[in-house]
Write a protein that binds this ligand. Structure first.
Ligand code: DGP
Length: 114
């Protein structure tokens, strides 16, 4: 846990969240500003600031996030498809500096990314 990190505070229970999934490595909760009927944030339980901070030592958390995404997507009825987004850094639109994946679905998404 890192002081002043919003997602670390959420995982510590200091800030309420609507949990949809948790295991030893991953915590997932509903985004406060959903852009689709399903919008879940999938977050590693260790503080990794962004995709630019991934290393051989911590990259297994990415695999754990995607294992969780597979479970959450099925639980949320997204077998028809969904989108996973990672915003990285200021130019990538990242507002919370704790690595996370947006799982978005529950509606037909357009083919364009932006
Ligand atoms: P990003 O822009 O990729 O860093 O995404 C951060 C997301 O976090 C954004 O979609 C809104 C969400 N968010 C920010 N503050 C909170 C909060 O306090 N609770 C929840 N559930 N989501 C939050």
């Amino acid at each position: 846990m890192l002081n002043d990190c919003l997602f670390c505070a959420i995982m510590a229970g200091e800030i309420p969240s609507t949990k949809v999934y948790e295991d030893e490595y991953v915590y997932a909760f509903r985004d406060i500003n959903p852009v689709a009927p399903v919008h879940v944030l999938v977050v590693p339980k260790v503080h990794i600031p962004s995709a630019l901070a991934l290393t051989e030592q911590n990259s297994m958390y990415v695999a754990k996030c995607f294992e969780a995404i597979e479970k959450i997507a099925r639980a949320e009825g997204l077998e028809g498809g969904f989108r996973v987004i990672n915003n990285c850094g200021e130019d990538g639109g990242q507002s919370v500096m704790h690595l996370h994946f947006h799982l978005i679905g529950g509606t037909k998404l357009g083919e364009k990314l932006i």
